[in-house]
Design a protein around this ligand. Structure first.
Ligand code: AOF
Ligand code: ZN
Length: 338
């Protein structure tokens, strides 16, 4: 793989990244067709059931792509799903070379394209290094969902330095500042569903939708173990866990499986403390996003961000920080459970 290959593949990944949050249960994928350092066409997968990135890219080519190189962030599919196999199209269009960002974790495809395309006389390169990492990160939620039947779970906690999400009177607007809240809106736009305890929704009535132009409406999952949902909070985009996902009040894993079966690959949990704690205790969290507001409440009646079974220091839940970012006065820490 050359430096130019890495650059074109990065462009394919960028086209895919722009579709994150729109394609569930499919992965977001981007593609670029190039001849002699010149772009013939670009494309992305826009929504499940619609044409794949390769199809849109090749349809956008101003001239016949025979002999050209196709850069695609994910291995082209080799069997028919809702749409025909991209490998057939690549052969029919007689591309000279295909550069793949990462292999498809879907067992129906998983690596088959490489042999199929090579057998058709097409030069195939599977990327390595940084750009390959980027392409894998792009489909991480899809990879977990397709191989484990569980969605990728992100937990967001926005709290004071002493770990509270509302004061002793129940006031929660706002713990964090506008920059942190805007970051949460962008995160919501990138996931497939937002999950929250029914008690938190009853207390705060958050819309849980990304209030951004072009962001599709998300599923709102109300987990009603301790508190029944207020009918006023249930609309056509709401899934009530006990009613719609067969949740028995204990088996969160089974509930997440049912959510995944509904086509949710990527779910954001926004609290409350008991649900967040239960997910962490059950080892179901893939990524933790803590937004710390530079405030202290010190009120034992305040609402804690996390309710978790007590642990001795030696067995504390431990995390590896992956990034720290300043959002106005607040601090975002992204962590992965160890
Ligand atoms: C590609 N290009 O842009 C995407 C792919 O039901 P279908 O036909 O849409 O197939 C869905 C599967 O295709 C999905 O599970 C994943 O393995 C792959 N996604 N493949 O060649 C794309 N989105
Ligand atoms: Zn395809």
């Amino acid at each position: 793989m050359t430096e130019a290959d890495a650059r074109w593949l990065a462009r394919a990944a960028e086209l895919g990244e722009a579709q994150v949050g729109h394609t569930a249960p499919n992965p977001a994928v981007g593609a670029v067709c190039v001849r002699n350092g010149r772009v013939l066409g670009e494309g992305a997968h826009l929504r499940a059931g619609g044409p794949h990135a390769e199809v849109n890219c090749l349809a956008a080519c101003a001239e016949e792509p025979a002999g050209a190189t196709l850069y695609v962030s994910l291995e082209p599919c080799s069997t028919a799903g809702r749409t025909p196999p991209c490998c057939d199209l690549i052969r029919a269009k007689r591309l000279g070379r295909v550069v793949i960002g990462c292999l498809d974790p879907n067992p129906r495809h998983a690596g088959r394209a490489v042999g199929l395309l090579r057998a058709a006389g097409i030069d195939v390169t599977v990327a390595e290094g940084e750009v390959a990492e980027r392409c894998r990160a792009l489909i991480a939620p899809f990879a977990k969902a397709i191989t484990q039947g569980l969605p990728y779970v992100r937990l967001k906690l926005a709290m004071t330095l002493d770990g509270f999400i509302a004061d002793g009177m129940g006031a929660s607007r706002w713990v964090t500042g506008p920059e942190a809240r805007a970051w949460v809106q962008r995160l919501r736009a990138r996931v497939d569903a937002v999950m929250v305890g029914a008690g938190t929704v009853r207390a705060d009535h958050p819309s849980l939708q990304p209030h951004l132009p072009d962001a599709p409406l998300k599923w709102r999952v109300l987990v009603d173990r301790f508190t029944p949902p207020d009918p006023a909070d249930v609309d056509e985009r709401t899934l009530v866990a006990t009613r719609d996902l067969g949740y028995d009040g204990h088996d969160l894993r089974a509930m997440l499986r049912a959510l995944c079966a509904r086509g949710v690959n990527d779910v954001l949990c926004e609290g409350g403390g008991r649900l967040a704690g239960a997910l962490l205790d059950a080892g179901l969290v893939d990524e933790l996003n803590v937004l710390y507001a530079p405030k202290i409440l010190g009120d034992p009646a305040a609402r804690p961000g996390l309710a978790i079974a007590p642990r001795p220091l030696a067995r504390a839940l431990a995390f590896a920080p992956v990034a720290r970012e300043a959002l106005g006065p607040d601090t975002l820490i992204r962590l992965r459970p160890n």
